[in-house]
Design a protein around this ligand. Structure first.
Ligand code: NOJ
Length: 549
């Protein structure tokens, strides 16, 4: 049972200086959030209609995964036109209305930017193919002749992150590079036209009023000179962190320095957050130096088990890495590429971030709720993924015939089970798609999701939704939770974390037994029932509690 012991204030000025340093940013995956036109696919109208829900939830900003014109070979991460909205999501007018409504509610809007690759249906790539070898358009991508007697072998040994070779041969015999699906050719960022085009795309969306960008594959834009073979090195998986000749090359930083200048030209602190898989958090910090991007996702944190020693280590490591560059740490537990944390924590540790088994659901949810309260007590900015506030598990039993994740269809790639975290959100207890829309849902929702719907959870003090609402309200009322760049660790028994931030203490018991600890002050909130008896408090297994001291 959640404990909600306070009725905190709700408002915080979204235009305050440094708004992004401690912002809670909610990721909307547009195709799965809400369907405004009844075609079974989420859209911008659906998002717009639900903005009051997000405001009420208490987040500061909304990051939208791609909604651009796209053949959807990788759910929109294959962009055919960076300045157009795909008709399945709406129109530029819908985007404009969404941005305006969000701002009127005091919510910031962050859009996804996909600069590493385009769609193979992008005008440049279509022309490059049409015009054949020697076309100047080919120089904007990585076209190469093949190896072997007749050029029948790929130019190097790189493999796609989705499986199979990273090269596809065209009808005229040349090969082109795609680190992801063949429908996602990589841009050649050494070509000035590519850099110019993206500076112009940035301005287009900044002029539309967006507050920032989430930069897809921010570490991939520059490839090592000569595209050298990997040799015997293992190929990379999604979110992998090995050193690779196509990732985390030093040349990417000049690009971000030029982008930062553009962002800074606009009023209101427009920001960019890097999706950068790097070998170390120190390498990640390079992306958020004062003249580069503002934030970078903390995938090391996302991959950490529910274990006090490991959590403390990654929290310290992250804060220590960001402090020298003056960037806020970020924290994230779920997104559209990984198994939801309620399911990761339902399974034994060490299985990675792509899990196929439901595990012990009750345990997973209990730990997920506790993990979220710990995350929201840390200094910096936190990212939430739609549906985690409902405690949604991953759908681990989707039949193969409904799957759409491109990596599922490519042999020897990463596991390809990302559809499980992309199942549309249940809003209501009844209805054909639990209120997602009037026209069904592009991936089937489990029957058990009626009880997890927004409607079912609203007003239930024990629900995960109300836990999130309370937690975000406390965080807004007590800026010390997200502020600063350090935590003070207090003595704690094995398996327990106790951290202090000014007049606030967070206790996380990661063990499977209750622990008796001091009652640190006034209990603000807990992920399950904490019993206070005089100066002592019994914190149950897998529980986080917040105290005002
Ligand atoms: C990272 C995105 O989050 C993922 O969904 C996508 O498949 C790849 N980048 C390729 O754009």
């Amino acid at each position: 049972m959640t404990q909600h012991l306070t009725a905190p204030a709700h408002t915080r000025d979204s235009t305050r200086p440094g708004w992004w340093r401690d912002a809670v940013i909610y990721q909307v995956y547009p195709r799965s959030f809400a369907d405004g036109n009844g075609d079974g696919m989420g859209d911008l109208k659906g998002v717009r209609d639900r903005l009051p829900y997000l405001k009420d939830l208490g987040v500061d900003a909304v990051w939208l995964s791609p909604f651009y014109a796209s053949p959807q070979a990788d759910a929109g991460y294959d962009v055919a036109d960076y300045r157009a909205i795909d008709p399945m999501f709406g129109s530029l007018l819908d985007a404009d209305a969404l941005i305006r409504d969000a701002h009127a509610l005091g919510l910031r809007i962050i859009v996804d930017l996909v600069p590493n690759h385009s769609s193979d249906r992008h005008e440049w790539f279509k022309r490059a193919l049409r015009e054949g070898p020697g076309s100047p358009l080919r120089a904007r991508y990585h076209f190469r002749p093949g190896k072997g007697k007749n050029g029948e072998l790929p130019p190097n040994d790189w493999e796609s992150i989705f499986g199979g070779p990273a090269w596809t041969r065209t009808e005229d015999g040349e090969w082109y590079l795609h680190l992801f699906a063949p429908e996602q050719p990589d841009f050649n960022w050494e070509h000035p036209a590519v850099a110019d085009e993206f500076r112009s795309i940035l301005r287009f969306w900044l002029d539309m009023g967006v507050d920032g960008f989430r930069v897809d594959v921010a570490h991939g834009l520059i490839k090592a000179d000569g595209l050298p073979d990997l040799g015997g090195h293992d190929q990379l998986k999604l979110l992998g962190n090995d050193v690779m000749p196509f990732f985390d090359q030093d040349g990417v930083h000049a690009i971000y320095r030029s982008w930062r200048k553009i962002l800074d030209e606009y009023p209101g602190e427009r920001i960019a957050v890097a999706e950068a898989w790097t070998p170390t958090v120190e390498r990640t910090a390079n992306y958020v130096r004062p003249d580069e991007l503002h934030q970078a996702f903390n995938f090391q944190y996302l991959g950490t088990a529910w274990d006090a020693v490991e959590l403390r280590a990654v929290i310290d490591l992250s804060l220590d890495a960001m402090r020298p560059v003056g960037a806020p740490a970020t924290w994230v537990l779920s997104n559209h590429d990984v198994t939801r944390h309620a399911t990761r924590f339902a399974n034994p540790a060490g299985l990675g971030t792509q899990i196929r088994t439901a595990g012990d659901r009750e345990l997973g949810l209990r730990r997920a709720r506790a993990a979220t309260l710990l995350m929201l007590a840390l200094p910096g900015s936190a990212y939430l993924y739609q549906g985690e506030e409902l405690g949604l598990p991953d759908v681990t039993d989707l039949p193969d015939e409904v799957r759409q994740d491109p990596s599922f269809f490519r042999a020897a790639g990463q596991d390809g089970f990302r559809d499980g975290c992309r199942v549309p959100i249940p809003w209501t207890v009844d209805g054909p798609s639990y209120g997602f829309g009037s026209g069904g849902s592009w991936l089937p929702q489990p029957d058990s999701w009626a009880a997890l719907s927004v409607e079912a959870q609203t007003g239930d003090p024990g629900s995960t939704l109300e836990l999130y609402r309370s937690a975000l309200a406390v965080r807004r009322a007590r800026p010390e939770l997200g502020a600063g760049d350090a935590v003070e660790w207090l003595d704690a028994p094995d398996g327990v974390l106790v951290l202090r931030r000014g007049g606030f203490v967070c206790v996380a018991n990661t063990t499977s037994e209750p622990v008796t600890l001091p009652a640190y002050g006034q209990l603000l909130l807990a992920s399950s029932t904490v019993r206070v008896d005089g100066d002592a408090a019994e914190v149950p297994a897998d529980t986080t509690a917040w105290w005002a001291v």
